[in-house]
Design a protein around this ligand. Structure first.
Ligand SMILES: Cc1cc2nc3c(=O)[nH]c(=O)nc-3n(C[C@H](O)[C@H](O)[C@H](O)COP(=O)(O)OP(=O)(O)OC[C@H]3O[C@@H](n4cnc5c(N)ncnc54)[C@H](O)[C@@H]3O)c2cc1C
Ligand SMILES: NC(=O)c1ccc[n+]([C@@H]2O[C@H](COP(=O)([O-])OP(=O)(O)OC[C@H]3O[C@@H](n4cnc5c(N)ncnc54)[C@H](O)[C@@H]3O)[C@@H](O)[C@H]2O)c1
Length: 462
């Protein structure tokens, strides 16, 4: 039994990144993982497989809708679902093996099995108790359940089941118009399923900029997704190969039923801390089951830290990674820091949707005076060349100082474009700083510059 400086429980983006950073900083490090492969939710059943299916289904959509316009004629490809799943599994395998390689390279020990914490300074894996000066809990999250809905991962599925369905369903009902529902709903809609999204609230993707929400929903509708808004799902009746979704419309209390071959429950995720033994240790949890930590990610018990989906904040892989690195630095006696005000969010539909910082709604609520610089991709030559003129870049800047407060993009490569604004915000830049920076032509990035120009004397191509 080795004596470790740090043992991390969970090898998702929070845990594995933290383990590598700890080892790089000279700490003797082990990472406990109960799954058969490293990488957590993100690599095995989350970010990576969903992006593989989004990519494949987008290629089909392009072939069906845009190839002929460019003079590329011929029959559109047909879907070989088994092969598409094999491609997705291959992508997962490459990524999870990559983490195994990085662990070996950085001398991180992988302790295989489910871990628990009998007391501070000790982690039990199987029958072996390992000792560590510090422990980091990075056990992630699991899908939330919905009263009246029983998941069997075949007919009524969470995102995990939706990533490996036996076949492409004819009719799919998605409960929840959040990120998972819209990404996976898009996948199946493009593959030919009739997809209906049932959402409790009156707007999709809660918390996002209102103008983006409306534009995004309009675009998704145009692509064939149907929406039932303001609807509270009461129950799901599952049969062998079919299901009935019963919901109540909130505005008039009418009851309606939708038939489906597959129902995807995508109503959020909750922290996963089962089996760790937190109650016995006295680790404080919030009402929502999140592990509470101080500014240095230390829990209420000295020497036990927590990061990622298991604690407060957006449930995003890059947020978990940042906390993983920062926590490692704290343990190595350095100054770990995460700027929670500059964490981008991206939805990988087509078009992509991204955001960082404040929304107009949040600024109004704060009573802060701001200006809006908006630029449509219709004025961007590169976007028009690839049928991606629908959408816009919107930058919010302080009315007096011109400092960038937030940005919202819906359009081509929005998930990459947002980072220019993240860097600008990290440096405390003004919209004018962006506007005065030369941007190559023809790039989608020019739309970001134009939005920055629109915060001042005006965009050129508007
Ligand atoms: C379908 C889907 C798509 C997503 N797409 C994106 C995306 O595109 N971008 C994005 O930023 N985020 C995305 N997310 C969210 C992202 O996956 C999570 O935010 C991220 O994985 C959280 O990382 P983590 O390290 O906190 O936990 P996790 O990735 O959940 O990893 C925790 C790991 O700990 C292990 N574990 C738990 N308990 C124990 C124990 N007692 N002993 C040993 N091991 C244990 C688990 O097996 C798991 O492997 C997606 C999520 C889903 C479900
Ligand atoms: N691209 C990405 O970054 C990405 C992709 C997938 C998942 N994720 C992360 O995974 C987490 C979980 O995603 P998610 O989509 O499940 O959750 P979410 O919180 O994004 O969305 C859940 C949606 O379900 C709705 N809802 C809740 N209860 C309902 C009910 N009874 N009936 C109808 N609708 C209901 C909510 O109003 C909300 O719109 C998110 O925190 C997200 O950040 C991120």
């Amino acid at each position: 039994m080795a004596q470790y400086d740090v043992i991390i429980i969970g090898s998702g983006p929070g845990g594995y990144v933290s383990a590598i950073r700890c080892a790089q900083l000279g700490l003797k490090t082990a990472c406990v993982e109960g799954r058969e492969t490293l990488g957590g939710t993100c690599l095995n059943v989350g970010c990576i497989p969903s992006k593989a299916l989004l990519h494949a289904s987008h290629m089909l959509h392009e072939a069906e809708h845009n190839f002929a316009k460019m003079g590329l004629k011929g029959k559109s490809p047909s879907v070989d679902w088994k092969q598409m799943l094999a491609y997705k599994d291959d992508v997962i395998g490459q990524n999870t093996k990559g983490i195994e390689f990085l662990f070996k390279k950085n001398k991180v020990d992988w302790l295989k099995g489910w871990g628990s914490i009998p007391e501070a300074g000790k982690v039990k894996v199987g029958d072996v108790v390992h000792e560590a000066k510090n422990i980091i809990i990075a056990t992630g999250s699991e899908s939330s359940s919905l009263p009246g809905v029983e998941v069997d991962e075949k007919v009524v599925v969470t995102s995990t089941g939706a990533l490996e369905l036996g076949k492409v369903p004819k009719k799919m009902v998605v409960i929840g118009a959040g990120v998972i529902g819209l990404e996976l709903g898009s996948v199946y809609s493009r593959l030919g399923s009739e997809v209906t999204v049932v959402e409790f609230l009156d707007a999709i993707t809660p918390g996002m900029d209102g103008e983006v929400q409306k534009t995004f929903q309009r675009m998704l509708k145009k692509q064939g997704l149907k929406f039932v808004m303001g609807a509270a799902v009461q129950s799901v009746e599952a049969m062998k190969t079919k299901a009935k979704v019963h919901y109540k419309l909130r505005k008039n209390d009418t009851d309606t039923t939708l038939d489906a071959d597959v129902v995807l429950v995508a109503t959020g995720r909750k922290p996963y801390t089962d089996g760790l033994g937190l109650e016995g240790l006295g680790v404080t949890l919030s009402k929502r089951g999140q592990i509470e930590t101080d500014d240095h990610w230390q829990t209420s018990v000295k020497g036990i830290y927590a990061i990622g989906d298991a604690i407060d904040g957006p449930m995003l892989a890059h947020k978990a990674e940042d906390e993983g690195m920062a926590c490692a630095e704290v343990l190595a006696g350095k100054h770990g820091h995460v700027n929670y005000g500059v964490i981008p969010g991206v939805i990988y539909t087509h078009p992509e949707v991204s955001n960082v910082g404040a929304t107009e709604e949040s600024l109004k609520e704060q009573g802060r005076k701001y200006k809006v610089g908006k630029f449509s991709f219709m004025g961007n030559g590169r976007a028009k060349a690839v049928f991606a003129g629908d959408g816009f870049v919107k930058i919010l800047a302080d009315a007096e100082t011109d400092r960038i407060l937030g940005a919202h993009i819906i359009g081509p490569a929005a998930g990459d474009l947002i980072h220019e604004i993240c860097v600008a915000m990290e440096f405390g830049a003004s919209a004018q700083d962006l506007a005065l920076t030369c941007h190559a032509h023809p790039t989608y990035s020019e739309a970001v510059r134009e939005a920055a120009l629109a915060c001042g004397d005006g965009a050129i191509h508007a």
